[in-house]
Design a binder for this molecule. Structure first.
Ligand code: E4P
Length: 214
């Protein structure tokens, strides 16, 4: 499974890239607002650190506005992926951009048919939001499993990018369900390498060695 980091914070992106397992970056308007920096400027900085796909979300909600913003963002770097909401104007922009060979990440997906529609339109990535579904008492992982089945049934090559990931257990079940990519905050990525028995075991090995050899 590919791993993207879900942040617009440059320091966190550098830390994740340093681990050697980072495949891409997703950003959104909330994440960029937290940074309080110009979106285009930050995207350019991110693209200098990461060569994999970097998702840049449009702010416009109408087709023409989305296309205009997409064209601006695409000038930033070759690895920019245009992130569009799974609305009707978003679907139309997805198809228009795909026809031009532009990669899109279709975001805010909460039901499987949205994923089927954007796959038909040629989306590069679909972003089902697991955590936000869990938050309202639904089963986010079921959405991943259903999209996987639909895509496999028809041979769609749109990649499933599991989003709104809150903890390592989400990462585990995404991998088991066959998500192609998971995007997560830095803490979740680093927590995937943690287990208390690893720490206890390492401590014991080192103290035994020290006892024997000083
Ligand atoms: C995905 O691209 C989104 O940026 C993100 O995963 C949303 O996560 P949240 O529900 O934790 O805000």
């Amino acid at each position: 499974m590919e791993i993207y980091i879900d942040t617009a914070n440059l320091d966190e992106i550098k830390q994740a890239a340093d681990l050697g397992i980072l495949d891409g970056v997703t950003t959104n308007p909330t994440l960029i607002a937290k940074e309080g920096i110009d979106y285009g400027k930050r995207l350019a900085e991110i693209c200098k650190v990461v060569s994999g796909p970097v998702s840049a979300e449009v702010i416009a909600v109408d087709f023409d506005g989305m296309m205009k913003e997409a064209r601006e963002r695409l000038k930033i770097a070759d690895n920019i992926v245009i992130k569009l909401p799974v609305t009707l104007p978003g679907l139309k922009a997805c198809k228009a951009l795909a026809d031009e060979g532009v990669k899109t990440n279709m975001t805010l997906c909460f039901q499987s048919l949205q994923a089927m529609m954007v796959a038909k339109a040629g989306a590069f990535l679909i972003s089902p939001f697991i955590g936000r579904l869990d938050d309202v008492g639904e089963d986010g992982m079921e959405l991943i499993r259903n999209i996987r089945q639909i895509y496999d049934n028809y041979g769609f090559d749109t990649k499933i990018l599991a989003a709104s990931i809150r903890h390592p257990n989400h990462m585990l079940h995404c991998a088991l369900a066959g998500a192609d990519v998971a995007t997560a905050p830095l803490k979740v990525i680093t927590d995937c390498m943690k287990h208390p028995l690893t720490d206890i075991g390492l401590e014991r090995f080192l103290s035994d060695y020290k006892k024997a050899f000083g």
